[in-house]
Design a binder for this molecule. Structure first.
Ligand code: MTE
Length: 427
């Protein structure tokens, strides 16, 4: 069943109001603690969890006392493939050049609120519980999940804060949170069970309203407040639509850093919905609340209502497979390559400017436009003059939307969608 985006907005807005009025349960977080954090909001008007919730400054591994990078990620993070940002690892977009439509696991970005837990598939259980079920809790072992009909999909997972650093560097607007450039995204080929099958087997009722998947990684403590385990509610309508409980990524068992043995993959929605290391799912007949859909992953700022504006879907972006600040030789033709994607609809057109945005040329697309994934594109370029310049790429998706020149500012720097000015020096 198609999901109406206006319903998503209504859904999140309703949840936030209900919570503010004390109708929604705080699902494990002391409401007084949260109100304290509300009160201690940043000068810019955010609820104060923004900086800490995304936490990179406080836990920046690159500035740790021992000088060693220790972001709590299991796989190797060679500097040519990744930039470490606190507990997270950003994919260097240049490292995708020459790779196929899927992001290889060895260069797929990692976004961890704490650190990667090691969980054996044999000991893993998913508990589905709550008053939105007809009976009591139902448990699914790894083998039981794998015995269900399998589905496979190629989908991106992207952090809502991807591109955040450009609010500051390109628009001069301060934002809190991890300073991603454009590498907080990866496209995987996921295989798993349908969440809808699991919910139906567990006895989901017509009265169910929300589900709340929760990770098995460590509890998140920020500013001395324990927010509990990572969890974000989702309307039952989305959960029954197209969400996967994935146990394979790119044809192999799901690796530890990406949620192994089992994670949610929520097509087109912001990465926080795709809960890794999922251990339990509450199914509720009432509205549910978590810090991850009210305090963080909400839009705050002068252009938004005081209680914040909700979002669920990713936006439109383009990136060159080239280092920021690359040096390129004059009079030598090179093939500029990159990728564009949108959470709203397939990307249909990409235009590139090699003169700082004066003239635009249509890039050649190398993939059929597809929902929930990206298109690779290319354009030959022969620089004719030496000096500093900027390369720009702008995408248009099937809704008719084109990347704007400026992104609408929000204090936590989510959903940056403007055309990025990619600096290069011609020598
Ligand atoms: N799930 C758990 N349990 N813990 C987390 O820290 N991070 C979320 C999401 N799921 C997170 C999580 C965020 S913000 C993103 S962007 C994606 O996982 C990142 O997925 P990846 O690390 O596989 O790229």
């Amino acid at each position: 069943m198609p999901f109406d985006p206006s319903d998503e907005i209504r859904y999140d807005r309703t949840r936030l109001r209900q919570w503010a009025r004390g109708h929604a349960r705080s699902a494990g977080v002391d409401r007084r603690d949260l109100l304290r954090l509300f009160a201690a909001g940043t000068a810019a008007g955010s609820l104060g969890l923004g900086a800490a919730g995304t936490a990179s400054a406080a836990t920046d591994a690159t500035t740790a006392d021992d000088g060693a990078a220790s972001p709590g990620i299991v796989k190797p993070l060679p500097p040519e493939l990744f930039t470490i940002r606190g507990t997270n690892a950003e994919t260097n977009f240049a490292a995708l050049r020459g790779t196929g439509p899927l992001t290889p696991v060895d260069r797929f970005f990692v976004r961890n609120h704490t650190s990667t837990p090691r969980i054996e598939a044999g000991g893993w259980q998913l508990k589905v519980w709550g008053d939105g079920l007809a009976g009591g809790p139902v448990e699914f072992s790894y083998d039981r999940l794998r015995a269900l009909p399998a589905v496979e999909r190629t989908l991106f997972i992207e952090c809502a804060g991807n591109g955040r650093s450009f609010y500051a560097t390109q628009q001069g607007q301060p934002v809190s949170g991890t300073a991603w450039t454009l590498g907080g995204i990866g496209v995987g080929h996921w295989r798993g069970a349908r969440l809808s099958d699991v919910l139906r087997l567990a006895g989901v009722t017509r009265g169910a309203v929300d589900i709340l998947p929760r990770g098995l990684d460590d509890e998140v403590v920020t500013n001395g407040v324990n927010l509990g385990r990572v969890r974000r509610p989702m309307p039952v309508s989305k959960a029954l639509d197209d969400v996967l409980l994935a146990y394979e990524m790119n044809g192999r068992p799901l690796p530890p850093d990406h949620g192994g043995p089992v994670r949610l993959v929520v097509p087109e929605w912001t990465g926080i919905s795709s809960v890794k290391w999922v251990g339990d799912i509450e199914v509720s007949g009432r509205a549910l609340y978590s810090p991850w859909n009210t305090d963080t992953y909400q839009l705050f700022g002068p252009g938004y209502p005081a209680e914040g504006a909700p979002f669920t879907r990713q936006t439109l972006k383009s990136a060159f497979e080239l280092e920021l600040g690359a040096t390129v030789p004059v009079h030598r033709t090179r093939l500029l390559t990159g990728r564009s994607w949108s959470g709203a609809a397939p990307v249909l057109r990409v235009e590139v400017s090699t003169d700082g945005g004066v003239r635009w040329q249509r890039a050649r697309l190398h993939d059929a436009p597809r929902r929930g994934s990206w298109v690779r594109w290319s354009l030959p370029w022969t620089p004719r003059a030496t000096g500093a310049t900027a390369l720009l790429a702008r995408a248009t998706d099937a809704t008719g939307r084109t990347q704007p020149a400026t992104a609408a500012h929000n204090t936590q720097g989510y959903l940056f969608d403007a055309v990025v000015r990619h600096p290069v020096t011609v020598v």
